[in-house]
Design a protein around this ligand. Structure first.
Ligand code: DGL
Length: 278
């Protein structure tokens, strides 16, 4: 039997660092009445160039903390790399808990593309995953996808290193090829890592105004609403607006700064321990 207390429980959202804030922003817009707890695994970031095994263990430790210590009613894996490596393992571990993952938004980008050529920026881990290969296979013939692993970019964004961020964005955008709306050009750029929307303006300037940047925050928030509704776990509007707690396994600076900048959230970042990597 579901109790009102279960609906009051927060939704747990996590990422290797601050990137998942781009998803949390969409979640808070879509579900303003919900309580959220956001966990940045900053002590173990970045995930993107680590082994699958490492990312899986981290995802499990973080999820254990959110589910078993904090009693979240649902999990949103706001990280493409962790979703690719571990979402199926999280679902196996907590079969009744709604678990929502994120993947690069290839499908909407292919549908929207006029030139049928789509650029994809993501971490090496995401692009090398079996899950991504399956996604590409299902879209065969719908568009040509040009993929670019962006080593170091999530880390530079995480560290607030604007110079390196700009340099890497420029390098990776150039490597992808020609952007624009003419035949043969890439007219969509998929941001396949949740850190990248935080530098969306920089990327937009590099690819030009004719190109659409495609991210998955909004579809993830819609899917979260759907699974909560199905499970009867939506918090009632009459409960008033929800709260957001911010947690970090590492330093608080990046999370505090980015939460204030992107979500106008001035909450204090709490420090947590989620066990070592293995
Ligand atoms: N923000 C994450 C993603 O969506 C991970 C970036 C990283 O830690 O390398 O893939």
């Amino acid at each position: 039997m579901l109790t009102a207390a279960q609906a009051e429980a927060p939704i747990g959202v996590f990422d290797s660092g601050v990137g998942g804030l781009s998803v949390l922003r969409a979640l808070r817009t879509q579900l303003p009445q919900e309580n959220f707890v956001y966990l940045s695994d900053a002590a173990h970031a970045p995930y993107g160039e680590r082994t699958d095994e490492y990312v899986t263990v981290r995802a499990l430790r973080v999820a254990e903390y959110l589910v078993e210590q904090l009693g979240v009613k649902a999990l949103v894996v706001a990280c493409n790399t962790a979703t690719a490596a571990a979402v199926h393992i999280l679902r196996e571990r907590w079969p009744v808990l709604p678990v929502v993952g994120i993947e690069p938004a290839l499908k909407p980008a292919a549908a929207a593309s006029q030139t049928k050529r789509v650029g994809v920026m993501a971490t090496r881990g995401t692009l090398q995953s079996a899950k991504f290969k399956v996604l590409l296979d299902t879209l065969q013939g719908q568009a040509q996808f040009v993929v670019q692993p962006c080593d170091g970019l999530a880390a530079a964004i995480e560290n607030g290193d604007d110079r390196t961020t700009h340099l890497l964005c420029k390098t990776y955008v150039r490597a992808l090829g020609n952007f624009g709306r003419q035949p043969g050009q890439l007219d969509q750029l998929v941001l396949g890592c949740t850190h990248y929307p935080l530098v969306g303006e920089m990327l937009q300037n590099l690819v030009g105004p004719a190109v659409t940047l495609v991210e998955a925050g909004a579809p993830v928030s819609l899917q979260t609403r759907r699974v909560l509704a199905q499970a009867g776990l939506l918090r009632q509007q009459s409960g008033g607006s929800g709260t957001t707690r911010l947690l970090s396994t590492g330093t608080s600076q990046a999370l505090e700064g980015n939460a204030a900048r992107w979500l106008s959230l001035d909450g204090v970042v709490e420090s947590v321990q989620t066990g070592s990597a293995r």
